[in-house]
Design a protein around this ligand. Structure first.
Ligand SMILES: [Zn+2]
Length: 88
């Protein structure tokens, strides 16, 4: 297992990977043929899915496991930390 700080710098570059602009890269680990990343959302608020009011009050946190297309033939696994907000 090897930590890849250069890869973390690349992934955190909004100019290179703009679809990751809303995420904070917490960790990147290369293990065998896999690249595992831990990321969390960094948006300060979210809209309620019912009334569409914005909220900044965090209710809870949970994790999701995602797979991204391979990078240079290496499997990419993403652990995404997500926050749920209270409706105000
Ligand atoms: Zn609401």
């Amino acid at each position: 297992m090897m930590r890849s700080f250069a890869l973390r710098s690349l992934l955190s570059s909004d100019a290179v990977l703009p679809h990751l602009a809303g995420l904070r890269i917490d960790d990147v680990v290369r293990s065998g043929l896999s690249i595992r990343t831990a990321v969390t959302t960094r948006v300060p608020e979210a809209l309620c899915p019912v009334c569409e009011s914005p909220s900044r009050r965090v209710h809870s946190r949970y994790g999701r496991r995602l797979a991204d297309p391979p990078v240079s033939g290496q499997e990419v696994l993403i652990h995404l930390g997500v926050r749920q907000f209270f409706c105000e």
